[in-house]
Design a protein around this ligand. Sequence first.
Ligand SMILES: C[S@@+](CC[C@H](N)C(=O)[O-])C[C@H]1O[C@@H](n2cnc3c(N)ncnc32)[C@H](O)[C@@H]1O
Length: 180
Amino acid sequence: MTWEYLRTPELAGRLLLIAGWLGTRVAGATILDLNCGWAPLLPLLPDTWQRYVGNDICQQFIAEARRQSVRAELYVCADDDLPTLDRLDILVCLGYACGVSAAESESLERSIKRLVARYRPSAVVLEAWAQVAASSRLLDLVQTLQLGGYVVAGAWSLLTWPAVTTPQSLRVIFFLEVNS
Ligand SMILES: C[S@@+](CC[C@H](N)C(=O)[O-])C[C@H]1O[C@@H](n2cnc3c(N)ncnc32)[C@H](O)[C@@H]1O
């Protein structure tokens, strides 16, 4: 399947780093894991969030995600068809392929911008395949968020060494916070 590379052990590093950064921010928060796949971040976060909402168009992934937590709200739906939230504190979008894969959501960037404009989450996490991110729309998206009042609180690139089992193993992560 197109996204199976995300299950390789070397891809776990992105999740551990993100879970670490989010660790102290999760308590009482409403988190949206946009296009979450099987929600691999979910079991790594402290179970202190108020709401964990995830969506994906793949029914099989959402069925798998539901086995990770009975409390999380996981929807089989597109990112431009999400249920309305009463608030959103943390928006995460992991595995962003920057439009390189035809299997990726065409509406992803639009949805991120719409969600940020509507809910103004205090934290936004964007994680992507670094080779494509460097030359592409991810940096434009980060810049748009910066112009909208967000600051880059941290940016990381992760390189697995020595065993690289997938070309997608080089990752980049942007942590953005609203500039209060
Ligand atoms: C690169 S994978 C990322 C999965 C997960 N976020 C991760 O990083 O492990 C992209 C995901 O987007 C989902 N997807 C594609 N088009 C979508 C759409 N229009 N709305 C919601 N999800 C979509 C795919 O099914 C896939 O699970």
